[in-house]
Design a protein around this ligand. Sequence first.
Ligand SMILES: [Zn+2]
Length: 112
Amino acid sequence: MCKACFDREYNEFNSYSEFEEFNKEFDSKIVKSVYFVANGKYRSDSHVVYKCSICNQLWWLSEPDNHWRGYFLKEHNAKRYIDNNERKGNAMKYGSLIIAFLVIIGLIKSCN
Ligand SMILES: [Zn+2]
């Protein structure tokens, strides 16, 4: 692994202190080896894209905000993470639709 890159990825920031810890590492690298590329969008997710000038690895940062825990991941892992989350979200949506449908069928049957 490239030494100029970040030591670890975060699927989410579990606490504010974890985010601060990340920020410290981030501050020390942003000047030397990692630089801002663009504000990115992928599906319904928006994030900031950074690039390592040594190995060209792209990193996506989503800062935590209220209930959102954010993430900091290599591009390919971020994509996979977002894909998985959207799939989970869709499964939840369809799941609750099916339950609502069954409840309605049940109600109709109990009226007869
Ligand atoms: Zn690197």
